[in-house]
Design a protein around this ligand. Structure first.
Ligand code: NAP
Length: 247
């Protein structure tokens, strides 16, 4: 019960890494609010099944890329939960294609959902954290934001942007005891990586010393540690969880 008594808000909790975060945070004693954009049935079912544990768990329909929706979400979360200890900016999408073929819409969509969302949620979440002189923000970046990747210029730019944002927020808010770190997952088994063709996957596996993709639970365990008081001196970092992948 490492997160007993804490409250977390997680974006994109209906599937994949986000759903693993929701489940593991609840199991660690945390009350959790999480968002989804379109998977209402899945999100409501997850919230219902986890509520049986006795923890408070609530799903919110909220588009993280929309500034006004993010503001309303944080207000509603605070009314429902009373405080906000951890914000995890996890929601993300890919619209992969080579630069020659990339449309303006493919660029804008990925930057809005992956990067502007992090600004939107952080902007409103830090007010109660500063007041409480306590808070943790975790931003889901990617190894692709660190190394770049052909066919993912939009995604890589959004994820690299998150790293610069994270370091800046850590510097701005360290004196208020608000910590901010980025996570850089490698290849995790979710819907996002199921879209990859076998040849691409084999190529990645050849460069992963641990010779497998990660489970979403493994990312969740890292986030639990970073949210806990045991990580009280860690801020402004980008922590890779990638099986040793060197792209
Ligand atoms: P996923 O399985 O595709 O799930 C994405 C989640 O984000 C879903 O819950 C989705 O909600 C939500 N979402 C998408 N757009 C949203 C929006 N505008 N507002 C609110 N929620 C939104 O993805 P994943 O693989 O778990 O990835 C989670 C995060 O980790 C992403 O930021 C991704 O870039 C990052 N990451 C993933 C990997 C990987 O290998 N999987 C590697 C590195 C980094 P709906 O269900 O309603 O669509």
């Amino acid at each position: 019960m490492e997160l007993e008594g804490k409250c977390a808000l997680i974006t994109g909790g209906s599937r994949g890494i986000g759903a693993a975060l929701v489940e593991k945070f609840v199991a660690a004693g945390c009350d959790v609010g999480f968002t989804y954009r379109s998977s209402q049935e899945q999100a409501e079912a997850l919230a219902k099944s986890l509520s049986a544990s006795g923890r408070k768990v609530k799903a919110y329909a909220s588009d993280a890329s929309d500034y006004n929706e993010a503001e309303a979400l944080v207000q509603e979360f605070l009314t429902d939960f009373g405080k906000l200890d951890t914000l995890i900016n996890n929601a993300g999408i890919t619209k992969d294609t080579l630069m020659l073929r990339m449309s303006e819409a493919q660029w804008d969509d990925v930057i809005h959902v992956n990067l502007k969302s992090v600004f939107n949620l952080t902007k409103h979440a830090i007010k109660p954290m500063i007041r409480a002189q306590n808070g943790v923000i975790l931003n889901m970046s990617s190894v692709v934001g660190v190394f770049g990747n052909a066919g993912q210029a939009n995604y890589a730019a959004s994820k690299a942007g998150i790293i610069g944002f994270t370091k800046s927020i850590a510097k701005e808010l360290g004196s208020r005891n608000v910590r901010c770190n980025a996570i850089a997952p490698g290849f995790i088994e979710t819907d996002m990586t199921h879209q990859l063709d076998e040849k691409t996957k084999e190529g990645f596996l050849a460069n992963i010393p641990l010779k497998r993709l990660a489970k979403a639970d493994e990312v969740a365990d890292l986030c639990i540690f970073l949210s806990s008081d045991r990580a009280s001196y860690i801020t402004g970092q980008t922590i890779s969880i990638c099986g040793g992948l060197n792209m």
